[in-house]
Design a protein around this ligand. Sequence first.
Ligand code: PLP
Length: 386
Amino acid sequence: MIYLDNNATTCPLPEAVKAMQAVLVDDYGNPSSVHGAGERARRHVESARAEVAALLGARPTEIVFTSGATESTNAALRGAIAAARTNTCRIVTTAVEHEATIEVCRHLREQGVRVEIVPVLEDGRLNLGAYERALAEPTTLVSFMAANNETGVFFPLEAMVAKAKAAGAQVHVDAVQIVGKLPIDVEALGVDFVSLSGHKFYAPKGVGALYVRRGARFKPLLFGAPHEGGRRAGTENVPGIVGLGVAARHVRQGIDARRARLGALSARIEARLLALPGTRLNGAKDGRVPGVANLSFRDIEGSAIVITVARDGVCISAGSACSAAQFGGSHVLEAMGVPFEYLHGAIRVSCAESTTEAEVDAACDRIEAAVRYLRSMIPGAPSPRS
Ligand code: PLP
């Protein structure tokens, strides 16, 4: 198998799995218990919290463990709106967010919250003028992603947070796709909420974190016992949290080297596949997180390429895992105005720090062969030799 779908999920680090196994087998106490077993579990949770805090430049008390970024985003958006001291709430977000944000905004709109959606440019970058205009009206919360999960295009984080704060809004950043690839410093940014997902950076699935700035206006999503400083009820997922802590420590180190390595891999994929006629790169040439390439092949279906190469053990995706499962088009590529003949022909190839050049080359061989094969079946499509 050649696994190049790392924006969907990554393989957990062996050392994370080992640490989790030790907790499952030996230190299985409830971290709220006062006895020794509880104390040991509590120490594991708190040392993981310190690692996640260090990754973000936050204080440990500002980290709330969750089941993943979907829960973190639900908690941030719904929690900030529930805590707002006004009946006329307004959210500003963008047209290319993950479903975790889109669907919460849809729900909040049904509850009477006004939602303003800022468009993006053709290369996926933010329409900054439209963003500034959106902030001209009183805004309760601004929520946007640091980098897009389908194209890797990143937004101007510092400028966006600064403008939102100047407009008096609280700010939530979905940082899922930049962890370990770009540095984050919540103190310097002045952001209120940040969502993270463990399984996108070599931790297991079902665990994530929400950064809640001290003093942020926030009400919890889940009510129950006062876990996580009263911000998220429910007995902690200690093994998952331990895995998250190990992965956080790992990705905090060597960001520059990882970025350079991943960047070289995605550049290699693009150079190979863009040489095929009728191929386009979706997303800004510069200003993307390294390691992901989103390419469209004219007149053929991205999902057909994905299925064809899967028979040879190559794992890639057509857009995000979530939208691929629904077999719908990509709202991200639509928002970018990708021309119709390319819209359904997109594939996303995303690398991990362990991906090798040999794997990338072998995957590109299979993708090229699949494109030629699929095109050979369409009357009137460009000839593979043209
Ligand atoms: N936000 C982004 C940008 C994502 O890519 C994902 C996962 O695909 C999520 C949020 C949701 O994360 P989780 O799977 O932890 O719920």
